[in-house]
Design a protein. Sequence first.
Length: 135
Amino acid sequence: MRFLDGSRCAAKLGGLILGLALTLALPGCVAGGSGGGPKAGSLSARAVTIEADPTGVARWVQTRAEARAGVVRITLNNPSFVAHDLHLTGGGVDAHTAMIAQRRASISVRLRPGTYTFRCDVPGHVNMRGTLTVR
């Protein structure tokens, strides 16, 4: 390692910045939003991640997701400083994550084929609703 001239240190720092940028950008490429992009999850998915808006606005990054029937792990990713939870209902299911800010929380639920609603129960967050389709 050479730290006096900064050449190797700068190269390592550049790689670290690139890795961080990819880590932050890739989840947005995988999950679809209400704008008609690709849907979160896939028909083979038994794990779904729903992300809260990172800026603190009371909205989901994606409002639709798909999963395969069976035990599904649903993760709320909330990078925002504003607290949210994820409440899943439909088909006899009534499950929710803990209320969190700036971290993740997950629930595992046995789901049958059908349509489920996910929402945030924080007062004033009525616009935070989405649909999970299970096939």
